[in-house]
Design a protein around this ligand. Structure first.
Ligand code: R5P
Length: 300
C-alpha cells in the first residue's frame, strides 16, 4: 500500500526527517487560533485524492511550546486524524513522540481523573490503526489502546551520544525509585556492570514541592542522571546538586523529553550539570539525539 506522511505542526523537523528516512512524500498543515482561542487545522493540500486509499502516517508531538499548549497540540492531532479519516485513508498510523498527560496515569488524590488513560482511549476512538510513542512515562498506559500500540525505547541512542562525548567510569544515577528500572536498563547500554544508584525523591502531592536525599560515593566518576521528562528541572537540579556533593566529576543531565519549562535550563546548569541532553521528541536547543531513524525503523 502506498504511504504518505503528514508532518504535524509540533514535529516539523522530526516529522520531516522520518519522511526522508522512509523516502515518503511529506505533507504539511495549515494552523491558526481563532479569536476565541479555538484551534484550526487543515492538511495543506488542494487535491484530497493524494491521501485517499493510502496508509497515512501522522507525526505530532504533544509537548507545550511558546506558541501552543499541549492541549492545542492534542486538538491538532485529533483534527489531523479526523481529516485523513474523512478523506478515506486506508490505514492511519499515529506517531506521538512525546505523549502529554502521561504522568497523570493514576488517581493520586481523591477526586482526580486518570487522564493518561482517557487520552489514549480518545485517540483509539478516532479509529486509528497503529500508535507509536517514545519512552512513555508508564508504558502500560498504552494498553488502553485496542489497536497496535508500541512504546519506542530511546535509551540506546542517548547512551551512544554520551559515550561519544568521552564519558568514562560511568555511573548511572536514578533521581527517584520510579526511574530506577529505566536507569538500570539504560546502564546496560554503557557496558556490563555499569553501576546504578538511586536517590530518594519525595513530592508533596498538594504543593508539588520536591525533596531529595541520598549520599553516594561518586568520587571521580562521570555521572549520568537519566529521567524520562525534564519539565521544570526541579527533579534534575536536585539530583545534580546531590551528585556534586557526592564527588561527581562530570554530570550529564539526560532525558528523552526535554520540556524545559520556566527556568529549567538555568536551574540545571547552575546545579552543576556539564551538559543537558534530550531527543527531538521536543524540538529545542538540547535536542541532540534524533529519534528519526529508530521511529522510521518501526514504520518500515
Ligand atoms: C516524574 O515522575 C518524572 O519522571 C520526572 O521526574 C518529572 O516529571 C520531572 O519534572 P520536573 O522537571 O518538573 O521536576
Amino acid at each position: 500500500m502506498d504511504k504518505i506522511l503528514i508532518v504535524g505542526p509540533a514535529s516539523q523537523i522530526l516529522g520531516f526527517k522520518i519522511a526522508q528516512e522512509l523516502g515518503l512524500e511529506a505533507l504539511n498543515t495549515e494552523t491558526k487560533l481563532f479569536p476565541d482561542g479555538e484551534n484550526y487545522l487543515r492538511i495543506n493540500i488542494e487535491d484530497e485524492t493524494i491521501i485517499t486509499g493510502k496508509e497515512v502516517i501522522i507525526v505530532q508531538s504533544t509537548g507545550p511550546s511558546s506558541s501552543r499548549t499541549q492541549n492545542a497540540r492534542i486538538m491538532e492531532l485529533f483534527m489531523m486524524i479526523d481529516s485523513v479519516k474523512r478523506i478515506g485513508a486506508a490505514k492511519i498510523t499515529v506517531v506521538v513522540p512525546y505523549l502529554a498527560y502521561a504522568r497523570q496515569d493514576d488517581r493520586f488524590r481523591p477526586g482526580e481523573s486518570n487522564f493518561a488513560e482517557i487520552l489514549i482511549q480518545l485517540l483509539n476512538s478516532l479509529g486509528i490503526d497503529e500508535l507509536f510513542a517514545v519512552d512513555v512515562h508508564s508504558p502500560s498506559t498504552l494498553k488502553n489502546c485496542s489497536c497496535k500500540a508500541i512504546n519506542i525505547d530511546s535509551m540506546k541512542l542517548l547512551a551512544d551520544y554520551i559515550r561519544s562525548k568521552g564519558a568514562i567510569d560511568i555511573i548511572v544515577v536514578s533521581p527517584d525509585k520510579g526511574a530506577q528500572e529505566r536507569s538500570r536498563i539504560f546502564a546496560t547500554h554503557f557496558g556490563d556492570n555499569v553501576p546504578v544508584e538511586v536517590f530518594e525523591k519525595k513530592r508533596d502531592l498538594k504543593t508539588g514541592e520536591i525533596t531529595m536525599s541520598g549520599s553516594l560515593s561518586l568520587k571521580d566518576r562521570d555521572v549520568v542522571i537519566a529521567d524520562d521528562i525534564i519539565a521544570t528541572g526541579g527533579t534534575m537540579s536536585k539530583a545534580i546538586k546531590l551528585a556534586k556533593q557526592s564527588g561527581a566529576r562530570k554530570i550529564f543531565a539526560v532525558t528523552t523529553h526535554a520540556l524545559l519549562l520556566q527556568q529549567a535550563k538555568f536551574r540545571i546548569l547552575k546545579a552543576g550539570a556539564d551538559e543537558i541532553i534530550g531527543t527531538d521528541s521536543i524540538d529545542n536547543e538540547v535536542s541532540k539525539v534524533s529519534l528519526a531513524k529508530i521511529i522510521a525503523d518501526y514504520l518500515r
